[in-house]
Write a protein that binds this ligand. Structure first.
Ligand code: PGA
Length: 251
């Protein structure tokens, strides 16, 4: 039985004061939650969020990391820095980074390798655009994104590895994928995991992301292969986010 995981992706939002308040509310609301809960904050707020959540079960994650290690890479934040300030998770290859900032499958794979080497738990995002889905090649796109990381890493160890299926057309649009669509895509991902890591695939969590709200969470979490959610907009409201975590507990 995989423990559900609900991760909030705060994206590029908030001020130091508002982020501290959000983390505080989350610490208070998450006490009785059994699912694993993660808050992914902007880089500059990470130490404050780690501090605010230090007496709570909520883990802290970053939203991105450098594809390089330490060195002359102006403006980059590398994996060991994240681990050093108390991050346990890191989102890798979010579609906004792929589409708006031009991250390639190969860059995503290098970031993943650095995250794993530093002992961080990567949440690898994959997902197709609306054009891909309409053209009937959603599966092919998801597998291409997965194969890029498989080729670089080969996956000898998968401890803490998490995959998030996030169809681009569902992110921030208010139009979540249906539980059936998500279950189907998670099947492609689970099959792929089986071919690369065999038995261990059964312990890897596959999350869904894309307009998850307190209204649709229960229906999604009821599917056998949906092990939690990566939540954007709704994670900025502590009550909504905790309500989604409670749905995960009831599933
Ligand atoms: P959303 O974002 O919940 O606002 O759709 C999800 C994500 O981008 O991870």
């Amino acid at each position: 039985m995989r423990r559900k995981l609900v991760a909030g992706n705060w994206k590029s939002n908030g001020s130091l004061a508002s982020v501290k308040a959000l983390a505080g509310a989350l610490a208070e609301g998450s006490g009785a939650i059994h699912a694993e809960v993660v808050a992914c904050a902007p880089f500059v707020f990470l130490p404050a969020v780690v501090e605010a959540l230090s007496h709570s079960p909520v883990r802290v994650g970053a939203q991105n990391l450098s594809e390089f290690g330490p060195g002359a890479f102006t403006g980059e934040v590398h994996a060991e820095m994240l681990a050093d300030v108390g991050c346990e998770y890191v989102i890798v290859g979010h579609s906004e980074r792929r589409s708006l900032l031009g991250e390639s499958d190969q860059q995503v794979a290098r970031k993943l390798a650095h995250a794993i080497a530093a002992g961080l738990r990567p949440i690898l995002c994959v997902g197709e655009t609306l054009e891909h889905r309409t053209a009937g090649c959603a599966r092919e796109v998801v597998l291409r994104q997965l194969n890029a990381v498989g080729e670089l890493l080969g996956f000898p160890g998968v401890d803490g590895f998490v995959v998030a299926y996030e169809p681009v057309w569902a992110i921030g649009t208010g139009q979540s994928a249906s539980p059936a669509q998500v279950q189907e895509a998670h099947g492609w991902i689970r099959d792929w995991l089986r071919t690369v890591v065999g038995h261990a695939a059964g312990s890897i969590r596959v999350l869904y992301g894309g307009s998850v709200t307190p209204m649709n969470a229960a229906g999604l979490f009821a599917c056998p292969d949906i092990d939690g959610a990566l939540v954007g907009g709704a994670s900025l409201n502590a009550n909504d986010f905790v309500s989604i975590c409670q749905s995960a507990d009831r599933a």
